[in-house]
Design a protein. Structure first.
Lengths: 255, 229
């Protein structure tokens, strides 16, 4: 456990050293830009638009950071040859991978927390008060970006950073379209196509499960247990991805 | 020193060069309606939004305002306003401002009454409890198309919704008066009487019913005293 913790803390420190948190400046700039444009270009429901934009930016920045940091983790260790030193010690490969993943999640958590603080400040400045319901959407966004980070780690265990980035981004896109896959499966009259689409529907992450941005902005009632169920789904999926990553990583030859 | 000066000069020349080219290229830009033409229908745009539906709707909303502003200041033609408003509604059906904007601007400014009413019908679907949407449809039929017969049921519907202003009840009676329908007016007033909670309003409606029953107000012949509304 201490090994995993040490690797996680180190990964977090490395991300900070790599100036990942500088991306917050871009987030701040985007939000300030949006608020300036809103003053000039919108009629009606300014608060609604600020909330939509803020939640979307937290989501988008989180996904970008998860992909950028996630895909380079393993390859960087191989490139710098630090992986040999690490694995020569009594560190299991799975421990290394889980430590790395938890380090990313910690980085993403800190980043999300800071973005949330800035977002709430802007909503408050625009007279929207402190709307704590928004935290529900941000919590699920955090789970979503943690899933994306796990996908990035999975690909990085057997592929190059560039390809891992492409694959992860594709999974992210498809992850938002799985409902359509399900629709195709249920409406298809071709048995093989129906089974194939159904297989991919369950294999790929359904990232729409974590999207309640619209519901919280309009204060719509959420189905009871929706957040708990979505979070549990996310955690199980992350577990599935990490176990698969560990299996690939175990087989990898570093020569 | 000379070398860095040269680099700065080259940078300035390249920068000014690209700025000039951009200026020239801007002249080739397609007019606004053509850029909007390439927006797909909401059916296809929604899945492509990847969960950022509301943000995309907001961006399109800003585009709508600028599109309206540009054309309002120039040709006052709005061929793509209806399309873009429908897209926003497809992406974010609970964003209520586009319904109001489309319902009023499309009919008043663009003289597209049927399209305005189509947007408002979608508003009723999204917000069945909002009295304004059926009211605006009724208004559009009556004011723009001079069709009291089509307007009356919508105003009647609006008057029955929560928070509807009290003046809608006599307005419906007045509209039925214009359609010369004694029986319909009577039916409406009886229903309004049954639902009224205020004693004064109840009394006023009862008087109106009595006037129709006694023949003082005859909506079939158009002989009515609308001042008593």
């Amino acid at each position: 456990m201490n090994v995993v913790k040490a690797i996680a803390v180190n990964t977090f420190k490395e991300a900070i050293r790599n100036k990942i948190l500088y991306s917050l400046i871009f987030f701040a700039l985007v939000m300030m830009g949006v608020s300036l444009v809103l003053d000039q270009a919108t009629v009606g429901q300014r608060n609604k638009i600020i909330k939509d934009m803020g939640l979307a930016s937290i989501n988008l920045f989180g996904v970008m950071i998860a992909i950028v940091v996630g895909i380079g983790l393993v390859s960087k260790e191989i490139e710098k040859r630090t992986i040999y030193t690490l694995l020569a010690k009594p560190v299991h490969r799975a421990q290394f991978l889980i430590g790395k993943y938890l380090g990313i999640v910690l980085t993403l958590g800190v980043e999300t927390l800071l973005m949330t603080f800035f977002f709430f400040l802007l909503v408050w400045l625009y007279g929207g008060g402190i709307d704590l319901v928004l935290l529900k959407a941000i919590f699920l966004i955090f789970i979503e970006i943690s899933v994306v980070a796990a996908v990035a780690i999975l690909f990085s265990t057997f592929s190059t950073p560039f390809l891992s980035g492409m694959f992860t981004f594709s999974v992210y896109v498809i992850g938002h379209l799985t409902e359509d896959l399900n629709r195709i499966a249920s409406s298809s009259e071709n048995f093989a196509l129906e089974k194939l689409t159904a297989f991919f529907y369950y294999l790929l992450p359904n990232l729409e499960n974590f999207n309640i941005k619209g519901e919280v902005v309009y204060h719509l009632p959420l189905a009871p247990g929706k957040i708990l169920l979505s979070a549990s789904y996310g955690l199980l999926y992350i577990g599935f991805l990490l176990v698969s990553s560990a299996a690939f990583f175990q087989k990898r030859d570093f020569k | 020193m000379k070398r860095s000066l040269l680099i700065v000069i080259v940078m300035i020349i390249l920068f000014l060069g690209q700025a000039q080219l951009q200026k020239k290229l801007a002249r080739f830009e397609s007019p606004e309606q053509e850029t909007l033409l390439y927006l797909p229908s909401g059916k296809y745009l929604k899945p492509l939004a990847l969960g950022y539906d509301q943000m995309l709707a907001d961006l399109l909303w800003m585009k709508t305002i600028s599109y309206f502003g540009d054309h309002f200041m120039t040709d006052k033609e709005y061929p793509w306003l209806h399309h873009i408003l429908n897209l926003i509604i497809d992406l974010d059906p609970l964003f209520d401002f586009p319904y109001f904007f489309g319902g009023i601007i499309l009919s008043l400014e663009a003289s597209q009454v049927d399209r305005a009413n189509q947007i408002l019908e979608r508003g009723i679907e999204a917000y069945p409890e909002k009295w304004q949407f059926p009211f605006y449809i009724g208004f559009n039929y009556y004011y723009h198309q001079k069709d009291a017969e089509k307007a009356a049921p919508y105003i009647e519907k609006a008057s029955s919704l929560p928070e509807a202003p009290a003046y809608l009840v006599p307005l419906v009676g007045g509209l039925y008066a214009k359609t010369n329908k004694n029986e319909t007016a009577l039916r409406f007033y009886r229903e309004a009487h049954r639902n009224a909670t205020d004693a004064l309003v109840k009394e006023h409606i009862q008087k109106k019913i009595n006037r129709i029953l006694s023949g003082i107000d005859n909506y079939d012949t158009g002989n009515t005293d609308t001042t008593s509304d």
